[in-house]
Design a protein around this ligand. Structure first.
Ligand code: EPU
Length: 419
């Protein structure tokens, strides 16, 4: 199992190119199952979750061709096995994104139940209830969700009890091939949902309102091939923005969409970090003075992303004062707090709140990451800690960050991967 060894104390400087969004690429790859024609997706990040999704598509019978420059061409001319096995779902919960497309395209789907993970229970009850409203019969046996819609799906009014990102995406894909109109209320407004709708519309779907809380979908009989470029990864960009801030550096992030990061930008500025947009598609983040503590509460987009909470917590260990961090999306997403404390932070967790008292001098230690974003927060802490930090279980980081240590080294960090 790989480890990252980090020698802290270097301010990061220079340019960092931002990769395509993992959480956009995953649903867009699943959407390729909706048509027998080829779909070409550009700017697919080369990360482990994407390789898992590609493997899943291949298992269904789709052909997946990956070229070196980040383009992936999928042709699901025939779906031989409309199934997502446990072996893949357990390593990547987003596998449940194939449930809607398989049910809509083939009239049946068998997808393993994901079970819990390090950040919470991760249920899929909302996906299932919505699919039932679209006319599918959904049952459960042997740890699998089994959906059947032999006569096809039909449009319906769906009102999600709570906002779900992949739930919205799953049902939007299913409804694209359902008979009649579907309205999704209380839909997720994440940019990744809008990106998916853009691809689906290029494939011939009729979707309006994606990116708002009400999405209208007029079902069509078939979808065709298309070519699309994935949006930049706002969570990767946010992680590097925090890297600049925590090290007292000066980074320009290129190829990003700054407005997708508005909630973070406001918090960084309140904390004393200078954030500017030097040109379209780039963001400059630098810090010369001291950091101030600011409170954050995670929310659905456009609120402060739960996927940046752990990284922001690392930053707050260096800020002057008490920062209150409230996690409202996942019930168990504070595992990094204990590891940060092992490095010298002063964080108290009380239920869904973490109280971070700073500034504290962090010292390098051997730490273990529990999930993808927790790993990123430990790397950030390592960049500013005295001495050597070893982050174990780097496979979590490899699920979602493309060439992270290379990008950090280019910006001046001292970091090495060890097998
Ligand atoms: N929920 C339910 N029932 C459901 C679905 C969700 O109760 O059927 C609950 C969840 O337990 C959670 C909340 O609703 O408490 C929101 O979950 P959501 O469904 O929005 O999360 P997700 O779609 O499984 C995506 C991202 C996550 C990100 C969350 C929240 C992808 C592939 N994953 O997950 O990304 O944290 O939205 O923004 O898009 C990551 O990249 O590290 C990551 C975990």
């Amino acid at each position: 199992m790989d480890k990252l060894r980090i020698w802290g104390g270097c301010a990061l400087e220079g340019e960092v190119p931002i990769s395509g969004a993992k959480n956009s690429a995953l649903p867009l790859l699943a959407a390729c199952l909706l048509t027998e024609e080829p779909v070409t997706l550009h700017r697919i990040p080369q990360v482990r979750d994407i390789r898992t999704m590609q493997e899943l598509l291949r298992l269904t019978g789709a052909e997946v061709h990956v070229d070196g420059a980040g383009a992936v061409r999928v042709c699901a001319a025939r779906i031989a096995r409309p199934e997502a096995p446990y072996e893949l779902v357990k390593t990547m919960r987003a596998s449940s994104l194939v449930l809607g497309p398989l049910a809509a395209r083939t009239g049946k789907a068998r997808v393993s139940l994901p079970g819990g993970c390090a950040i919470g229970a991760r249920p899929v009850n909302l996906h299932i209830a919505a699919l039932e409203q679209l006319g599918a019969r959904v049952g459960q046996s042997h740890g699998y969700i089994e959906a059947a819609a032999p006569g096809g799906l039909r449009g319906a009014l769906i009102h999600f009890d709570r906002i779900t990102v992949t739930g919205t995406e799953d049902i939007m894909m299913a409804a694209a091939l359902a008979r009649g109109e579907t309205v999704i209320e209380n839909a997720a407004r994440e940019p990744e949902v809008a990106d998916l709708a853009e691809l689906l519309n290029k494939m011939g779907a009729r979707i309006e309102g994606a990116g708002t809380s009400t999405i209208r979908i007029q079902g069509v009989e078939r979808l065709g091939g298309a070519t699309h470029t994935i949006i930049p990864d706002r969570i990767e960009a946010g992680t590097f923005a925090i890297a600049a801030a925590i090290t007292g550096g000066d980074l320009t992030l290129t190829g990003c969409i700054p407005e997708h990061l508005n909630a973070l930008i406001v918090k960084l500025r309140q904390a004393g970090v200078e954030v500017t947009v030097p040109a379209e598609g780039s963001l400059r983040v630098r810090r010369a003075g001291a950091l101030r503590a600011v409170d954050v509460t995670t929310e659905e987009y456009p609120g402060f992303a739960t996927d940046l909470q752990a990284q922001f917590m690392a930053l707050m260990t260096q800020a002057d004062g008490i920062a209150l961090i409230t996690e409202t999306i996942f019930e168990n997403r504070f595992m990094h707090a204990l590891e940060l404390n092992r490095m010298g932070a002063n964080i108290r967790v009380e239920g869904r709140q973490a109280i971070v008292a700073g500034p504290r001098t962090l010292t390098g230690a051997q730490v273990i990451a529990s999930d993808l974003r927790a790993s990123a927060s430990l790397v950030l802490a390592g960049l500013v800690a005295r001495g050597e930090t070893v982050v174990d279980r780097v496979y979590h980081l490899d699920r979602g960050y493309e060439r992270i240590e290379q990008k950090l080294v280019q910006a001046g960090a001292r970091i090495r991967r060890e097998s």
